[in-house]
Design a protein. Structure first.
Lengths: 895, 120
């Protein structure tokens, strides 16, 4: 309701004479909004008052249109009345044209309906997709001066494409030494940063808590609604202060401003509430956060140069460019590399515009979809143009008669243009409904696949844009037949008409060309859809190195306050796993610090001695597991043994490594028994596992598995349970929750999902793109079929006489059918040849979206061509059959 | 009335909305939304004035010389909104007065009084 009404009022204003609009347009809109804002505070029912106001204003405007036009005319006519000898005015002409149009369209409801629906589909699809594009990609970030915001990543000269988290010392050096940034917000986005909030009824609730630096809010130019934000002095361990999100404040305190200064329990520890953020504040990088606590940024042992865990968003100093900032950062990193060669050699920091960082990955998909919806609109316009040409030909006698009776060319052209514009306008109106609904569907289909999806809204400006496009197209294609008809010599048309044969070769060819273009554009869209569908199937079938089916997952977090001792955490998980194992339907139970195929996480140094005995550090991702992880995930054990009960806190460190890591580090030699160093401890390789993929597209990675029994002391690991069942993973959640409650009433079973759902989430963007592309292709295909059908049935009608003669001379019906179908195939063939060439030329735009299949995949090209040919034959068959039903006698007599 | 000016009676009768607008602008200057507000206040029982009709009326009355645009009063808030102020011209005030006295005559006629009497 917010902006649509203003756009509609503005749209209605377009109906007024230019002079009126220039004089009063802005003023009227401003007054309109002022009145609306005032009404929005009326009680009760402000919505109703605002709507009534909108309707009243629009009705008033519509009532005024004619009067204002007439007034303008009176004013002009007082100066120049002699210019209109017949006393008829443009407005009267227009009114007459409109009446005639309405009459013609009413007489041909089928024509009007097809044209309007076609345009509505095209306009609707475009507006919906463009709304998404507009809010997700084109709209600025929801912060003040968003172009100044950048994100910092760790990367290396060796792998410049990698974007890793930052270390504490590095980013603190940046904060202290780089003048290019006016401020830097540092936050700790790692997912352990959930916390159990104990509510008043004593029930714990899992919320998302993000540790942030003091300048985090200031960098984003966000101020608290009440209270204050953090100070630098609070960036240390043990600051028990918290800032609440507006949502959490509402939920736990009912928006009580007295909440400031009171305390809440997080993970069993008392925190003082010092501020509440505004409801509009959102973090575009991490999404929903319920509360913020100060990040510990002390330069202590745990905050080493090797520990990558921080995210930083910086604001560029005014007048400083990205390149200047990058140069300053590069210089700093060079100094650090010299000062700390052990950790910082080869390490770089990369400065990326925040907007690019947030939308980067999905941009290509949205642009491809925008292009596709543009093609759908093009097909729709071609279709409507075709309808208009066909009709103009059918009406050429009528036109000729009107010309012969002295109707001016201008009037005839005006009449045709009015028709196209009326159809375009109604199409736009219906299209706006389609778009409104389409945006809803898009959001329903893609809740997780697009960044900033929550900000997508129906944008009336885009609707206006689509209407303008349609109007221009309508004019363009309305003008051509109009000009032709007006130029024609009325005598020819009348003679021509008497033979019952209208159109002529030129317009037949033109219509054929239009349909061929439709076929070619449809083919391009079909190829795109085909490539995306095959990519999606390839993704589904990719071997991830484990089996996701029938596995349930959920997280359990142990509050530090009550589970301070590592042994107590290990004991709890062991106890809970053994209880889970006894549940019916459970086959294997395990925990892991990070699920496979869930992205990069915990990349740690894997220290080995090279041939010369020098320490060498390689990167490997660490997973802390316990229980029967290999059995639960069905990751094969290739060599050696898995963890055993005997691998405890007091025995020597043991590890499993993935096959890829074993090959990379040890090559042909036996990995079993090899020793390596990690996180300050020594480990011995006791087993080699299969490769479990790092992401849903099957990318391989090097993994080290450590057992939680031995590694619980490293930190309070947030563990994800994986439970393999014999059929119904979702049914194990409720009993698992009950058992958890029996062990510790205050614990939460967090994020219960099936492993398949975890994977589907990662594939949702591909699924979304594929579905949308498929829909566009289907629309295009049906429009093309309608086009072929239309042209051929018209041709059959035109050639009734000829068909009759052929039948009378003994032609077999199948022969007649083949004549018509052949005509369709010729048109389609030309279109398909052009379409194939176009699809090949455009194939590189799909490069970034194709997976496991080439954008020039021959299977797709052939399949799509066959489908299209089949549809064309089908569309041609109906008129072909009608041609064989021609009664020879009747058609000859009629001729 | 200055010689050569149009006769106010030529503009009569006014439509109810025209009359409301002109009466308000005869008293003091208003901007567009101000007219709507003042109208709702001064003539609560009369047909409501909407912005769509208002600007048609303003446009016509400007053409006819019944009202003119004036500078914003000193105490008006200066924000970014487009605000233009209008005031009835001398002719406009005369037309409003003429319409008012026409209505007064109408209401004072015995036929009208009898009608109102009959309702009681």
């Amino acid at each position: 309701m917010t902006r649509l009404d203003v756009a509609l009022v503005a749209l209605i204003l377009r109906l007024f004479p230019r002079a009126f609009r220039d004089r009063f347009g802005d003023e009227l809109l401003a007054a309109y909004q002022e009145q609306r804002d005032a009404l929005a505070t009326t009680r009760p029912r402000p919505g109703r008052a605002v709507r009534a106001h909108a309707l009243r204003t629009m009705a008033g405007l519509l009532r005024s249109v004619a009067a204002v036009h007439a007034q303008g005319r009176r004013r002009r006519s007082s100066f120049a009345s002699d210019h209109r000898p017949h006393g008829t005015t443009t407005m009267q002409h227009l009114a007459g044209d409109l009446r005639l149009t309405m009459r013609l369209l009413r007489k041909q409801p089928g024509f009007a309906a097809v044209a309007i629906l076609t345009l509505a589909l095209g306009i609707g699809a475009n507006t919906a997709v463009f709304s998404v594009l507009n809010s997700v990609i084109l709209a600025p970030l929801p912060y003040d001066e968003p172009r100044q915001l950048v994100r910092l990543y760790t990367t290396s000269a060796e792998h410049p494409e990698r974007r890793e988290f930052l270390t504490g010392p590095d980013i603190l050096d940046v904060r202290e030494q780089i003048a290019a940034f006016s401020s830097i917000g540092i936050n700790y986005t790692y997912r352990e940063q959930g916390a159990d909030l104990t509510t008043r009824d004593g029930q714990p609730e899992r919320i998302r808590v993000m540790p942030v630096s003091a300048d985090y809010f200031a960098t984003l130019r966000a101020t608290p609604l009440i209270g204050r934000t953090f100070e630098r002095a609070e960036e240390r361990e043990g600051t028990r202060r918290v800032i609440l999100s507006h949502a959490l404040w509402t939920a736990i305190a009912g928006r009580d401003p007295g909440m400031i200064g009171r305390t809440i329990e997080l993970n069993g520890e008392t925190h003082e509430v010092i501020g509440v953020m505004r409801p509009t504040f959102q973090d575009v990088v991490t999404g929903d956060v319920n509360a913020w606590i100060p990040a510990n940024l002390e330069r202590t042992e745990s905050n080493q140069r090797g520990n990558h865990y921080l995210t930083a968003i910086a604001r560029l100093e005014r007048g400083i460019t990205l390149a200047q900032a990058q140069a300053q950062v590069d210089a700093l990193m060079k100094r650090l590399a010299e000062e700390f060669p052990d950790s910082n050699a080869d390490r770089l920091l990369r400065v990326v515009p925040l907007h690019e960082d947030v939308v980067g990955e999905s941009a290509s998909a949205v642009y491809v979809l925008m292009g596709a919806s543009g093609l759908v609109l093009l097909i729709a316009c071609l279709n409507v143009a075709n309808l208009f040409i066909t009709r103009a030909i059918a009406q050429s006698r009528d036109t000729a008669i009107r010309t012969a009776l002295g109707a001016g060319r201008q009037r005839l052209i005006g009449q045709r243009l009015t028709e196209s514009l009326v159809v375009a306008a109604v199409g736009g109106a219906v299209g706006s409904l389609v778009a409104w609904w389409g945006v809803k569907v898009l959001l329903a289909v893609s809740p997780t696949s697009l960044p900033r999806a929550e900000s997508v809204g129906f944008d009336p400006r885009l609707l206006a844009f689509a209407i303008v496009v349609t109007a221009v197209t309508g004019l363009l294609f309305g003008a051509w037949p109009a000009l032709r008809a007006a130029r024609a010599d009325p005598r020819d048309a009348l003679h021509d008409g008497s033979r019952g044969n209208t159109g002529g070769r030129a317009s037949r060819r033109a219509r054929g060309a239009l349909v061929a273009s439709q076929v070619s554009v449809s083919l391009m869209l079909l190829v795109g859809a085909g490539v995306l569908i095959r990519s999606f199937i390839a993704r589904q079938n990719v071997d991830l190195g484990f089996q996701s089916a029938e596995v349930a997952t959920f997280e359990v977090h142990l509050p530090q306050a009550r589970y301070a001792a590592p042994e107590s955490r290990a004991r709890f998980h062991d106890a809970y796993m053994s209880r889970l194992r006894t549940l019916p339907g459970v086959e294997a139970v395990a925990v892991t610090s990070w699920l496979p195929a869930n992205g990069r996480y915990h990349v740690w140094g894997y220290g080995i001695r090279d041939a010369a005995g020098e320490r060498e550090w390689l990167a490997a991702q660490v997973r802390v597991i316990d229980g029967d992880f290999l059995g639960a995930m069905r990751v094969p054990l290739i060599q050696g043994r898995s963890f055993a009960e005997s691998d405890g806190l007091d025995t020597a460190g043991v590890a499993l490594i993935s096959h890829s890591l074993a090959t990379r580090v040890y090559g042909a030699s036996d990995p079993l028994g090899q020793r390596f160093r990690m996180s300050g401890r020594d480990f011995t390789v006791v087993g080699v596992t299969g490769n479990a993929a790092q992401d849903a597209s099957g990318a391989e990675t090097d993994v080290v598995y450590l057992t939680h029994d031995q590694f619980a002391a490293n930190r309070n690991w947030a563990l994800t349970y994986v439970v393999r069942t014999n059929g119904h993973p979702e049914q194990v959640i409720a009993p698992a929750r009950n058992v958890l409650g029996e062990l510790d009433r205050a614990l939460v079973l967090h994020q219960p999902r099936t492993m398949d759902a975890v994977l589907a989430r990662h594939r949702s963007r591909e699924r979304f793109t594929m579905l949308l592309m498929g829909t566009f292709a289907a629309i295009a295909l049906s429009l093309a079929a309608v086009g072929v059908y239309g042209v051929l049935s018209y041709a059959v009608t035109q050639r009734t006489h000829e068909m009759g003669v052929r039948m009378a001379l003994g032609a077999h019906p199948s022969h007649i059918r083949s004549i018509v179908i052949r005509q369709g195939l010729v048109i389609a063939g030309v279109g398909m040849a052009a379409g194939l060439a176009g699809a090949l030329a455009l194939s590189q735009v799909l490069d970034s979206l194709a997976f496991g299949v080439s954008p020039r995949d021959p299977v797709v090209f052939v399949t799509v061509s066959l489908v299209l040919a089949a549809v064309v034959v089908l569309a041609a068959y109906v008129p072909a059959r009608r041609a064989t039903r021609v009664d020879p006698l009747e058609s000859l007599r009629a001729g | 009335m200055a010689p050569g000016s149009p006769d106010p009676r030529n503009f009569l009768p006014l439509t109810p909305l025209d009359f409301q607008v002109l009466t308000l602008l005869a008293a003091r200057e208003h901007h567009g939304y101000g007219i709507v507000q003042a109208s709702a206040e001064a003539f609560p029982e009369q047909p409501a004035l909407d912005l769509g009709s208002l600007y048609r009326i303003i446009s016509r009355m400007l053409d006819e010389g019944l009202i003119r645009e004036v500078a914003a009063p000193a105490e008006s808030p200066s924000d970014r909104r487009v605000r233009r102020y209008y005031l009835a011209t001398r002719l406009g005030r005369a037309v409003a007065r003429a319409e008012a006295s026409r209505l007064q005559d109408l209401l004072a006629s015995p036929a009208t009084l009898a009608l109102l009497e009959a309702r009681r």
